[in-house]
Write a protein that binds this ligand. Structure first.
Ligand SMILES: [Fe+2]
Length: 486
């Protein structure tokens, strides 16, 4: 009798497992964190119908450049759909699809070395109006602490838990505390130009091996205006986020590393985007909302400064929301950052007593950039405000600019100034372009038209503080280093 009961019990357990495994919802997009400081962080997640993206799905049709322009101008959702999805197929059947699904989520978190101090949230429904996502803002955290995060999913009250996922983040040390740190900064990648077809971008694997204390993505995390598909509707924009966030390397990295997300033109709306523009059926306002309020951890303001201990402070600036039109006449009224953000940056940078100050920006400030570009402070179209900012930064001898956007790696040190700029370079070799490798200018200390990322370390040696900034290739090999001490 005992044996029969045991057998039935084991059968019950197994049938339960099988049932929940088939049923979902799942965490196909893992979870992301954002905006971490000493006491708070935001956690974002999304529920998915399947545990993985549909890599074997149907391929998108690619309209010609002329048709792309027409579809953009006409803004007809049916024409946009029919030009890119083969007849008889739904979007969920296309390559890379990772559709969302209704359900509930809850979060458990605790300091790694104090599992007894666990906090468990109530169950919350994901929001189908926001692509089946949910966000929590956690407050009252301890500084300089590694936290474990566990998420659970269920279909509804009766279904039981259908998926579990675990990850971590760490909070920054206080301004008085001195500790060795390392971090990574990247820019520009998309699903189509990933360098490992099954897993995503190789650099994420390389960066994870370095155990970065934090990570900054400077934007162009996806490209709405590149084919397969051209994301000319909100539905297609979401499709692209669902797909890239389901790539295993990306998913594995983001759930374990304290992350700061920034946006640029291609993930706000379209190439060189500014207020008032639209892309297909999507307005400028919706483009910002999808990034700032739905697909990424949200914050009141889209910019932030965070102290990472005694030796380091980082500033992450917003380069799209407040800008003038690129073709407005240059002068005192023309802006990229807007007056409020600029005043905040100037004030907080002056007030800071951090040993090293990193200004992390989606777009370059020093360049050099191509002559035919007119979208950033390194271009003549924004030289009035660009000069004002360069003059401000030049009063410091401990500020280092780290920029995204440009698809090549460089270190610029403008001769006769304190101005340094480190361009992280694109996220894969096939994404690298835009500058001629032979065109080395006097201000270039390093130039490499290849993919990779920027690695930074802050540490103590010989009774001094050091900042090391290293360019790495996509496999994590160091290709250039600059060392600063104070
Ligand atoms: Fe880009």
């Amino acid at each position: 009798m005992k044996q029969t009961l045991l057998f039935l019990f084991i059968l019950f357990l197994f049938s339960g497992c099988t049932k929940t495994k088939e049923a979902g919802p799942y965490f196909g997009n893992g979870f992301h964190n954002g905006w971490a400081d000493q006491n708070s962080i935001v956690i974002w997640t999304r529920l998915t119908k399947n545990p993985e993206l549909n890599l074997a799905g149907e391929k998108f049709l690619v309209p010609s450049a002329k048709d792309h322009r027409r579809l953009d101008a006409e803004a007809n959702p049916d024409s946009i759909f029919n030009a890119q999805i083969p007849q008889g197929f739904t979007l969920d059947q296309m390559e890379g699809a990772c559709p969302g699904i209704k359900g509930e989520v809850r979060m458990i978190y605790y300091p790694l070395n104090q599992p007894d101090s666990r906090v468990e949230t109530e169950w919350s429904a994901v929001d189908p109006g926001k692509n089946f996502t949910h966000q929590w803002k956690i407050v009252n955290l301890n500084a300089d602490t590694k936290y474990v995060v566990e998420l659970e999913a269920r279909r509804n009250k009766k279904s039981g838990v259908t998926a579990r996922i675990e990850g971590a983040f760490r909070t920054p040390p206080e301004s008085a505390s001195r500790s060795d740190l390392n971090f990574c900064i990247v820019t520009c990648h998309d699903y189509s130009r990933r360098d490992d077809p099954e897993n995503g971008h190789k650099m994420y694997k390389a960066m994870l091996r370095m155990f970065p204390d934090f990570f900054v993505h400077t934007g162009d995390i996806e490209y709405y205006d590149k084919p397969a598909p051209y994301a000319l509707t909100e539905e297609l924009m979401r499709f692209k986020w669902d797909r890239i966030f389901a790539l295993p390397y990306q998913r594995d990295f983001y759930k374990q590393v304290t992350t700061y997300w920034m946006k640029d033109d291609h993930d706000a709306l379209t190439n060189d985007a500014y207020p008032g523009m639209k892309y297909g059926t999507v307005s400028w306002e919706r483009g910002l909302e999808i990034f700032d309020k739905e697909q990424f951890p949200s914050n009141d303001k889209p910019y932030k400064t965070v102290r990472w201990g005694k030796d380091l402070q980082i500033w992450m600036v917003e380069g799209r929301n407040f800008r003038s039109k690129n073709d407005d006449p240059d002068g005192p009224a023309k802006t990229i950052w807007g007056s409020e953000q600029k005043e905040w940056l100037f004030r907080t940078m002056k007030e800071s007593d951090a040993t090293f100050k990193l200004l992390i920006t989606p777009d370059p400030i020093l360049g050099p950039d191509r002559d035919n570009k007119g979208d950033n402070y390194a271009n003549k179209e924004f030289s009035y405000e660009g000069n004002q900012i360069r003059e401000f930064l030049n009063q410091f001898d401990n500020v280092y600019i780290c920029n995204g956007d440009r698809h090549w790696q460089y270190v610029t040190n403008l001769p006769g100034t304190n101005l340094w700029e480190f361009s992280t370079g694109a996220g894969s070799d096939k994404h690298a372009e835009g500058w001629n490798q032979e065109d080395v200018r006097p201000e270039h200390r390093f130039l490499r038209v290849k993919g990779g990322f920027l690695k930074g370390s802050v540490y103590q040696a010989e009774n001094k503080s050091w900042l090391k900034l290293e360019h790495c290739d996509v496999d994590g090999n160091v290709v250039h280093e600059e060392l600063f001490t104070r």
